[in-house]
Write a protein that binds this ligand. Sequence first.
Ligand code: ADP
Ligand code: MG
Length: 269
Amino acid sequence: MIEAKSTVLLEHHLKVLKLPSMLREYGSLAASCGKENVDYATYLLRLTERELLERERRSAERRIRAAHFPSLKTLDTFNFKAQPSLNESLVRELLVGEYITRRENVLLVGNSGTGKTHLAVALAMSACAQGRNVRFSTVTQLVTALLEKREARSLEKFHQQLERYHLLVLDELGYVPFSKAGAELLFDVISRAYERTSLIVTTNLPFAEWVEVFGSERLTGALLDRLTHRVHILESNGESYRLKEARRRGRESGRSVEESDDLENRTGG
Ligand code: ADP
Ligand code: MG
């Protein structure tokens, strides 16, 4: 009877304290710890560890949802053998996330379909799991948002929101050239991120061609200066993975390579 009362009270307290994992598991863990003959402190340690792990898992999930990734990709599904030009050990080092602590940037340069977005998302998802706040957007989406915010006179507020992230992913720089205003607004984001927020930028453009996209030599110089001051460059200049996969599927189903090439052209960057 007394035991039942203490159980009811305990469960009530755990609810009030918002410790759902401890509430769910205190009974079964008590039984297994009893069998193992572990002391009370160890029991409590194991129980609190479960609460902590569950809490970390949930907040990583929240961060991943808030980042707005186009699709969820990890290194588990990335085939490094298909992209031999890529520096695998650098990718694995970046996965640990210290570059974010050091406010360094990552630049992924390479042809279409060579896994740049996949790698950017994988790195950014790993950052989410490490407790970093992340935002993913294509450069076009970001520039459109910046132009809208400027129109609505809420640009400064938007900049302040962006500054709360530890990591910004800017995907597909150079696919679409932008207006002078767009280029300047993007420059402001990169400039304000300097030594404050890490950036992962993906692009199909070699540096020499950036001037064409930004329209101004002065602006491009200043931008490259900030972006590359502390940067890790990953180059993936092999064959398009999509094209290779389409070829392979084509061979299996008897479809011609030309049809597969066509597919690659349609799916684009
Ligand atoms: P990019 O951004 O460079 O154009 P993506 O990252 O979008 O290329 O890759 C295109 C598709 O091919 C994606 O579905 C991606 O997951 C897949 N992919 C690309 N490279 C690899 C790879 N080396 N291993 C596994 N999947 C890959
Ligand atoms: Mg891409």
